[in-house]
Each structure stands twice: as C-alpha cells, then as structure tokens.
Write a protein that binds this ligand. Structure first.
Ligand code: SF4
Ligand code: SF4
Length: 462
C-alpha cells in the first residue's frame, strides 16, 4: 500500500512502525474471510482491510479519531485471525494497538463509555479489587434474584438480556454492559490459593530447572486451580517455580483500551521483577498459563523498544516468555499414557493460535496423556471473550459465543480444554459441558486433583 507520511512524522517510532506495516498491505482482502466481525456484520469497515484504510487515513493525515473510526476499531476483537490469514505478513496487532492509543489521546468518549472503561481499568487488573467486585456482583445478583435469571439454564432470558438474537446496536449502553459483566461473574467464588503470594516452590529431589510463573490478575481469582496445576506439574518434574515479588497484571487489559502509559508501566514493573530473578538465581523460562497475557508479554520487547533503560531487559523477558504447553513440550514433561476414554474438545484461544502461533502443542500433550482430542469446527473464529470485549461489545460477543458453543457441541465432548481464562469464562456462560484449562487435565492424569467442575461420573481408568 502506498503511503505518504512526511519525514517529520516518520521520526516518531510509532508512526515509522505503522507506516512499515501499512506499506506491507497489498489490499488483497484475503483477511476479510476469517475476520469474525466481517463475518457477522458484513461491513467492509468492520473487516481488517477496512480498518487498515481508516487507520491509515487517521495516522497519515494526523487526524483526531472520529466517531466512525472509534466505532469500527472498538468492534475489532484484536483476535489477530487476520494476521494468520494475511499472505503479506501485515502486523495488524501493532497497527491496531497504535490506533487505539491514538484514539485514547485524540477522542473524547461519552461519559458512560469513559466511566465503564475507567471502572474496568481500576478493577480487573487488581486481584483484591476484582475479588471484592465479584463478591459485590454476587450479592447484587442474589438480592435482585439475577443469578437465576442470568444463569445458562435460563438461556432464553439471558439471550434476551444480552440481546444475542437482536441486531447489533450502534451504541451499547451502560446498563447492557453492566448486565453483561454480571452474567460473567461466577456463581461461586473460589477460596484463595496457597500460591496467591510471592514465594518459591522447590521440588523435593534434584532441581532440574527454574522458572517464574506469572500469577496474573483475574485468573487466580476466578480459577486458582489453573496455576496450582501448573506448579504441581513443574514440581513433579523437578522444576523449581518462583512467584516473584513485585509482579503485577501483564498490562494486556489496559493496552487493548489504548492506555499505553498504564500498559508500559505494568510492563516495566514486571520486567524489573523478572530481571531480579534472571540476574539472581537465574530463570530458564517465564511461564504463562493465560495465552492473552502470553501474547502481550512476548511483545514487551517491542513495547519497550524506545526505552533505553528497559529495551534490552524487556527483549530478554520476551525471549524467555513461554506458554505452559511450550515449556512442557520443550522439557519433555508430557505424560505418555494409554487412551482413557475421555473426549476433549480443544478450544484454541485466538491469543494462542493467532497471537502466539501455538496450534498443535496443547493437543499433542493432551493426546499423549490419553485423551481423545477433537478439533472444533471453525476453530479460527473467536469466542467473543477478547479481554473486556464481552463487556464492552456484548451484542457481538454473545453471537460469537453461541456460534463457538454450537461448534464445540458438534464434537460431542466430555470436557472442553482451553489455555485462556477469558475463553473459559466466556464459553462456560452458555455451555453445560465442563470447560477447564489444558494444564488442569494434564495435572489430573499425572496424579493431581480432579479439575474443579468436572462431573464425578467422569473418571480416569485405574
Ligand atoms: S490479507 Fe493482508 S495484505 Fe491482504 S488486505 Fe488483508 S492485511 Fe492487507
Ligand atoms: S483482529 Fe480479528 S476482529 Fe480485528 S480485524 Fe483482525 S480478524 Fe477482524
């Protein structure tokens, strides 16, 4: 694509990076075929190519964001399916990240928009605040009898509430977003995990390796069993696990809202926390059990490339960052077992398959562990979770969720496995088949506890 950025504009490294991306687009339109929002809405402006044109016009001409641009960029899930499809290697992720930051700097959103975004940014990345908010949501649900009204069992009402069957609204109101948020709150809040605080967990015998594990923000509150399973897998294999002091949310949530300053601060804090461990007792890897966080941490090197104090350290952190399934495969911890008769539908999160290009490893590990693994039809299409998307864009999110659940059910699974807490939460709101993290299933067959939520009838052979 021909661009006309001025030399002065190109002195800005964000502009220079975006110009390079824009030039690589040959506007062939292949990406439109796999874009979830184009699939649902059929509007070129809701396709990757349409968004690329709008972003180009906005950046090249130094224009403030318009309501039209904001509408279509906000509707983008950042699922990155377009990056997998694109034959020209267009790095859409960096382009849309830049566009979101530009929107944040140049556009004044409605009061309700600003309030909801601020609320999410102030709560979700902080586990204690998030736990408190969930307790409050539970209470509100109880008092107003919303829990039963919102439960998947009463799906017709839920769909009416989230207007899944209704056309996509041009504007999404505060109330609708609040209901979408309440619908995502779990019916029961798990207790705190013993691994909820900074510590080092050492194996009993010989130490064969040392890794840091990202504790994360929302995941340890919603499903503490996931990191517990990851730690148990490591310890059993002789790998020491450190949960470093000073670690915070990876920054993905605010990054996707265009809050670049906040996202970079989170990135710097984490880089410092892990650098202390790298320079101290050393780390073989930084493990992540939520692929949404993994995609962002693997990008820290790019995000902090202009910061002389952090560029090198951040690049090192990004090199060490691995999804738990990558590390299990790398060090050969896969438990090879005979078939156990349990059918698993593997849901590949967008951040896993498109963001990190991890496609076969989790399925191979599950197959080695004795599960019969089924691919989900239309596996490349997002489930609608996408960070805070299911709250901010509930119409589209519900339609994508229901499409995903219908495709999963075609495989007739006993259980669904996924590697991202956002997807697990989203799919669970509309599906009676239990959904757990891949690490929980692997830990179960290796002698760990039964993943929470699995029915007692689902047994491993003795
Ligand atoms: S597939 Fe790639 S090159 Fe073609 S229009 Fe989409 S982003 Fe541009
Ligand atoms: S990131 Fe996903 S929703 Fe956004 S343009 Fe690409 S394919 Fe479409």
């Amino acid at each position: 694509m021909k661009t006309q950025f001025s030399p002065a504009q190109l002195k800005d490294s964000h502009m220079a990076a975006s110009e390079k991306i824009l030039r690589s687009c040959v506007h062939c339109g292949f990406c439109t075929a796999t874009c979830p929002t184009y699939l649902l809405l059929g509007d070129e402006l809701d396709s990757p190519r349409g968004r690329i044109y709008m972003i180009k016009d906005m950046l090249e001409n130094n224009k403030p964001a318009t309501p039209e641009v904001v509408k279509h960029v906000d509707r983008c899930l950042s699922c990155l399916s377009c990056m997998t499809t694109c034959p020209s290697g267009v790095h859409y992720m960096h382009l849309v990240d830049h566009a979101r930051a530009h929107i944040e700097q140049t556009y004044t959103r409605s009061f309700s928009d600003r309030f909801m975004r601020q609320l999410l940014a102030l709560i979700l990345p902080y586990p204690n605040r998030f736990r408190l908010a969930l307790a409050g949501a539970w209470l509100v649900g109880r008092v107003l009898a919303l829990r039963s009204w919102l439960s998947p069992a009463n799906k017709a009402k839920q769909l009416a509430l989230q207007h899944g069957a209704a056309p996509i609204a041009a504007k999404v109101g505060f109330l609708k977003r609040t209901f979408a948020m309440l619908a995502l709150a779990p019916a029961r809040l798990p207790g705190r995990s013993p691994y909820d605080k900074p510590q080092t967990v050492s194996p009993k015998g010989e130490r064969k390796g040392r890794v840091a594990l990202l504790n994360g923000c929302a995941q340890p509150v919603l499903k503490p069993g996931i990191n517990e399973a990851a730690i148990q897998l490591m310890i059993r294999a002789g790998i020491e696990v450190v949960l470093p002091k000073g670690e915070v949310c990876c920054g993905a949530l605010v990054h996707h809202m265009g809050r670049e300053h906040d996202a970079l601060n989170n990135a710097r804090t984490n880089v410092d926390a892990w650098a202390r461990e790298i320079e101290g007792k050393g780390l073989d890897a930084i493990l992540i059990t939520a692929s949404g966080c993994g995609t962002t941490i693997k990008d820290y090197g790019f995000m902090l490339r202009d910061d002389p104090a952090y560029a090198e350290k951040a690049a090192r952190v990004s090199t060490l960052a691995l999804d738990i399934t990558e590390y299990l495969t790398r060090v050969g911890i896969g438990t090879v077992l005979p078939k156990n008769g349990i059918t698993v539908a593997y849901h590949s999160a967008c951040s896993m398959q498109h963001g990190q290009k991890i496609t076969d490893l989790p399925k191979k590990l599950l197959t080695q562990a004795g599960f019969t693994v089924k691919d989900v039809p239309e596996a490349h299409i997002c489930c609608g979770s996408a960070g805070t998307y299911n709250i901010m864009q509930p119409d589209i999110a519900v339609q994508l969720r229901d499409r995903k659940v219908a495709n999963i059910l075609k495989t007739k699974p006993d259980v669904i496995a996924a590697g991202n807490i956002g997807c697990i939460t989203q799919i669970a709101t509309a599906c009676d088949v239990p959904i757990v993290h891949t690490a929980e299933l692997l830990n179960w067959v290796a002698g760990g506890p039964r993943p929470e939520g699995l029915p007692s009838g689902l047994q491993l052979p003795h």
